[in-house]
Design a protein around this ligand. Sequence first.
Ligand SMILES: [Zn+2]
Length: 214
Amino acid sequence: MTEHLKGRVLLIDDDPQIRKLVSGCLVSAGYVVQTAVDGLDALTKLRAGLPDLIISDLNMPCMPGRELLAVVRKRFPQIPVIVITSDAPDGMPAGVAADAYCHKSGFGFEQLLETISDLTRKPPLRTAPPPVDNKPVQARWDKNGDYIIYCEDCLREFSVPRVLHMGRDEKRTICLYCGKFVHFLVAEHSDGKQPDAAHPVIVLLSPRCKNQGG
Ligand SMILES: [Zn+2]
């Protein structure tokens, strides 16, 4: 009755041909495949649920594979990663956070399936981090007085004009890069100084934690 499904794979490549080819192969081998067109799209897909394995290209627009894989290694280190690229003919480029490597012109599907099977069958290479606390992030100010906000989803910083966010307590905005709602706090004396004992930051629990992790 239960279908024999081997696992869930997230495949990230900006080339529609590669997505079609590789996902077709994986589906016929029994994997559930989700695809993404670049790193930011992949982060959106990861919000909906984590795969058992990620296959990613390196050279992509918006958020290249190298940056995406650094985000994955930090936020989801338990997920094994295979890089498929045409950029590096001599093997895994230095500094890429991946567990296996295939050159686009040189790999066969059997080898790919074997690598996936190896990586997903053995115990996790790394442990999952503790759940995120969902506390709002503390905004900084730049010299123009704009808020500088760190997005804990894409791990990029972006700025928001302060005029749009008057007041002193918790604010929400959308990450300019990945579209995630970000809850942030600012101190009352928004003059570019860090909060201190005389001007404490009021920490409010973020409503978005209610529906997460369950
Ligand atoms: Zn973001």
